[in-house]
Design a protein around this ligand. Structure first.
Ligand SMILES: [Zn+2]
Length: 247
């Protein structure tokens, strides 16, 4: 498609090249439709026609010459539009082609659908790669952090003790802060983890979130384990107290 006639894409056209009064090709051009039809024919005779048009015309089994092509091709204007560059012009063509999806007479439909499919596949591949990269980086980051914590264990403990001593009141205040849980309970921040294992909160999650069956089973399992652990700890504590009281 020549751009010589209008480099600024201010007068683009979407056209329909009807072949043999039957199938058609949707195109865009900055040329006049007369010129564009002529170029479609020239491409056939001297260079390389659009493969969709070429395949169809060849299937008709006619002799390829100027006269026959001139009779075979009809060109119609579908829409005038303005744009900035070739990319925008082709995007407009794709947008228009959507209307002909499923129409077997539209010759460049298949190509368009393949192109869209390819783009979707590329996007999925890109996302998958990003996801993998993210995971690899995350694992690396966690390893670095772990190493750091091991290397500077004492320093970190010292620092956090110092921070705690200096901010005792602030920390206590934060821990005792009341917060509204989405399940409707008012809880103390420090008891959030414990609250989240209560029957009321668990029931709320069951009824109000879109977790998968797998996620639900994992959560219920974890909840069960939490309560078992607590029962064991309580029993141990009770027994220790009994022993202390007997002394
Ligand atoms: Zn809750």
């Amino acid at each position: 498609m020549s751009r010589l006639f209008n480099p600024h894409y201010s007068q683009c056209q979407i056209y329909k090249l009807i072949i043999n009064d039957d199938c058609y090709y949707i195109g865009t051009t900055t040329q006049s439709l007369h010129q564009r039809k002529n170029n479609h024919m020239m491409e056939f005779l001297w260079t390389k026609p659009c493969s969709e048009i070429e395949n169809y015309v060849k299937s008709l089994g006619i002799e390829i010459n100027r006269e026959n092509l001139d009779k075979l091709f009809k060109i119609e204007l579908l829409q005038n539009f303005e744009c900035q560059n070739k990319k925008e012009m082709l995007a407009k063509k794709d947008e228009h082609l959507k209307k002909y999806q499923g129409d077997k007479k539209c010759l460049n439909n298949e190509t368009f659908i393949r192109k869209v499919k390819q783009e979707e596949e590329n996007l999925l591949k890109r996302r998958e790669k990003e996801r993998k990269d993210y995971h690899v980086n995350k694992v690396k980051h966690q390893e670095r952090q772990k190493k750091y914590r091991e290397t500077y264990k004492e320093k970190i403990q010292e620092k956090s003790k110092k921070y705690y001593d200096e901010n005792k009141e602030k920390i206590a205040e934060k821990h005792n802060e009341k917060i509204n849980c989405p399940c409707g309970s008012i809880i103390i921040r420090n008891q959030k983890a414990r609250h989240e294992q209560t029957e009321k909160h668990q029931e709320w999650i069951t009824n109000n979130t879109n977790e998968t069956e797998e996620q639900r089973q994992a959560r219920l399992e974890q909840n069960k384990k939490y309560h078992e652990d607590r029962r064991i700890k309580r029993r141990q504590y009770d027994e220790e107290r009994k022993v202390r009281n007997q002394d």
